[in-house]
Design a protein around this ligand. Structure first.
Ligand code: NDP
Length: 334
């Protein structure tokens, strides 16, 4: 496989995730590399060109972005912008004939997810969501234990994804028009994902509650949300997400034991254990590298797309049901 062509990736939006995670991971990836950049900040252009050996011809801004269609060096456009910009740039990337990776949350509404999926289908390009956990070995061990049942059937799952936000109150994550929501869309999507692979199927309903203790800081985005999901096999799962507490854990209880990952949603190394006293441990690898290589292999060789657009849309359906349960009360069908 090492003789296979490496696909060229263009990162759109050179903020902290692109700078500290994705660009370094692309240096180590086997099937893709950093070929281009799209930025609205001119001073980043020279820095990135020098650091990553990117030619001027592979540098774009948000206005001339669509001309990337004419650039054969770029196979994949990776949208790493504030959430409310994901749909626009993912659709423009598809129209430019490029495969698309769209960061999580996929968009700020189910309708936008549909529009992205539709645009990629129409342009005949591949689409994935930046769910790095789906390429992580710890996550895949959870999936295996759920499927192969060495501890019997799953009976209860609980997951937490939360951190304390104390930064600049003007940051885009706290501005609903750019973020589409608060803790739920930023961190809650990890809990939604964990509960789903923890149970091994999609939920049929959600009930949710919202809590707020620092309304002066969290002016128009949700601070803390808990939710319960109901699954077709009768399993119940709980989730906790917050911008006002630190929690990072997945607990799966089976008929004959349990497994726990803690931490479970961070960049790693992660850590896991079972009721038998065993540890779950793997040599550390960049999740971002594994994720981008998985997508490149999908494009190059037709291996499964582990994070298709439909998965991002499914999670946004659940996000919308959670917000609906908070505003209207009761169980909402997701
Ligand atoms: P940052 O705020 O650090 O960076 C966002 C970048 O987007 C900016 O640096 C800027 O890049 C560009 N941008 C364009 N318009 C705006 C605007 N109006 N306001 C702010 N920035 C703008 O965010 P992150 O890198 O942390 O997050 C970006 C995306 O990645 C989000 O969707 C987030 O959810 C996702 N993410 C995913 C993670 C994961 O683990 N999968 C982890 C972290 C983030 P430029 O100057 O180049 O124009």
């Amino acid at each position: 496989t090492s003789k296979m062509k490496k696909l060229g990736v263009a990162l759109v939006g050179l903020g902290s995730y692109s700078t500290y995670q994705l660009a370094p991971a692309l240096k180590d990836a086997e099937h893709c590399y950093l070929a281009g950049i799209v930025t609205g900040t001119p001073k980043k252009e020279k820095e990135w060109m020098e650091k990553y050996g990117i030619p001027q011809s592979n540098v774009y801004n948000y206005d001339n972005f669509d001309t990337i269609a004419n650039n054969d060096d770029i196979d994949i456009v990776y949208v790493v912008l504030p959430n409310s910009m994901h749909a626009d740039f993912s659709i423009r990337a598809a129209k430019a004939g490029k495969h698309v990776i769209c960061e999580k949350p996929m968009a700020v509404s189910v309708d936008e997810c549909d529009a992205i999926i539709e645009a990629c289908k129409k342009a005949n390009v591949k689409l994935s969501v930046g769910y790095r956990m789906q390429s992580d070995p710890y996550t895949n061990e959870v999936k295996r234990l759920v499927k192969e049942k060495p501890f019997g059937n799953v009976q209860y799952v609980s997951s937490d994804a939360a951190y304390i936000s104390r930064g600049n109150p003007g940051q885009w994550r706290l501005n609903k028009s750019l973020s589409g929501g608060g803790a739920l869309v930023n961190m809650g999507v990890y809990s939604i994902q964990s509960n789903i692979y923890g149970v091994g199927m999609n939920p049929i309903s959600v009930s949710a509650q919202e809590f707020s203790t620092r309304p002066d800081y969290f002016k128009n985005t949700d601070e803390t949300i808990t939710a319960q999901m109901e699954f077709p096999n009768g399993t119940v799962a709980h989730m906790f997400t917050s911008h006002n507490a630190n929690a990072n854990r997945l607990f799966v209880s089976f008929e004959k034991g349990w497994i726990e990952l803690n931490p479970c949603h961070s960049y790693g190394p992660l850590s896991g254990r079972t009721s038998k006293g065993e540890t779950i441990a793997y040599p550390h690898k960049s999740q971002q590298m594994l994720q981008m290589d998985d997508f490149a292999k999908h494009i190059l060789t037709g291996t499964p797309n582990v994070t298709p657009g439909e998965m991002g849309k499914r999670d946004m359906i659940i996000v919308e049901a959670i917000y609906k349960s908070i505003s209207e009360g009761g169980k909402q069908i997701s």
